[in-house]
Design a protein around this ligand. Structure first.
Ligand code: OKP
Ligand code: ZN
Length: 345
């Protein structure tokens, strides 16, 4: 399978995040991408740099003022104090219900809150370049599919599925699955399906396409009553307006077994087949793995092969974008199991 990857991801390397009241090392590390790349190369897959520029697609997915903030955010942070080079900015105030999000504050931390859903998505010096390179990979993958490639695997880090039209969150800044999807629609696909198999509900992807019938969004994830992102991902969210019926959430209880998970995958695949998509975009989170440090599903290495083989049977040109997965050393082989099984059927 063709792999798209940029070393620019290394510049996105915040040191720590908050977890249960403590500052802890980030779970979402540069090493994650290296593990995935190493494993895919070791199994003989071809790797390329992204070739497309996603600049024209980005404003179709994200708001201009959010993109402007992301692009210049680190520079603005440094302008406040050159010593900030050694510090990570975190939001501390958010425009929740009754507060206004239409006015952009001048204060940097207030703007960071306006454009964030949590305090868990730290910026670092190379965040924009890394996120933009992922979007370029997603746009490139769409181009390759429309030129006849059957599948492309984008090793995207930072991930994207929590990022909404105008906010970052859950380690995500630009929604790579949405960029791939929008690019596919722009190059002639009439219908696209997105399948999000990350442990966490892809709230950003859902919200970006919630009112659009040409994009079916299906997600299997930990029940948001107990799992991040908590405020979206329930079974009764089925789309709105013209998009009514084109969003399917399959939340599963924390601790669910592989058997339960694959039952949900069957439901997902049946719905996707009914959509008759011209292309499939898979938000490939690997944090459903039993050994994942922040998730509770019970998939084993062989289950990722089973996933790849099942997706192959959908018979669609497919873009994979990497989302979560934090069991660093097994991350690579689990990703490669999906790719290998998809190619071999
Ligand atoms: C991203 B992805 C907050 C800690 C919790 C949320 C988990 C994000 C998962 N400081 N972070 O979907 O794998
Ligand atoms: Zn996740």
């Amino acid at each position: 399978m063709l792999i798209l990857f940029s070393t620019l991801h290394q510049g996105h390397a915040p040191a720590f995040e908050f977890f249960r009241g403590e500052r802890v090392p980030c779970f979402e590390t540069p090493a994650r991408a290296e593990f995935v790349i190493q494993a895919l190369l070791a199994r003989g897959h071809d790797m390329r740099d992204p070739e497309a520029d996603s600049s024209a697609v980005l404003p179709l997915v994200h708001s201009p003022r959010y993109l402007a903030f992301l692009e210049s955010g680190w520079t603005q942070w440094l302008a406040l104090d050159p010593g900030n080079n050694e510090r990570q900015p975190f939001p501390s105030v958010w425009p929740v219900r009754t507060l206004r999000s239409d006015r952009e504050p001048v204060d940097f931390i207030a703007r960071l809150g306006l454009y964030s859903m949590d305090n868990g998505s730290p910026l670092s010096a190379g965040t924009w370049a890394a996120a933009k390179a992922c979007a370029d990979a997603a746009a490139s993958a769409a181009g390759l599919l429309t030129r006849g490639e059957r599948s492309v695997f984008c090793v995207t880090r930072p991930p994207g599925h929590h990022a909404g039209a105008d906010f970052m969150g859950g380690y995500c800044f630009i929604n790579n699955a949405a960029v791939a999807t929008q690019s596919l629609l722009g190059s002639g696909c009439r219908r696209v399906a997105i399948l999000d198999v990350d442990y966490h509900h892809g709230n950003g992807t859902q919200s970006i396409f919630y009112e659009r019938p040409e994009v079916l969004v299906v997600s299997i994830h930990g029940d948001p009553r107990t799992e991040y992102p908590f405020y979206l991902g329930h079974a009764d969210e089925s789309g709105a307006g013209p998009g009514q019926g084109f969003n399917l959430n399959l939340p599963l209880p924390a601790g669910s077994s592989a058997a339960i998970w694959f039952e949900a995958l069957e439901t997902a695949c049946t719905r996707i087949a009914r959509h008759r998509p011209d292309a499939l975009v898979v938000s490939l989170g690997l944090d459903t793995f039993a050994g994942d440090p922040i998730s509770t599903f019970k998939l084993q290495a062989g289950d990722f092969s089973r996933l790849g083989a099942r997706l192959k049977r959908l018979g669609c040109p497919t873009v994979f974008v990497l989302e979560g997965g934090y069991a660093a050393s097994e991350l690579g082989s689990n990703a490669a199991n999906v790719a290998d099984a998809f190619e071999q059927g």
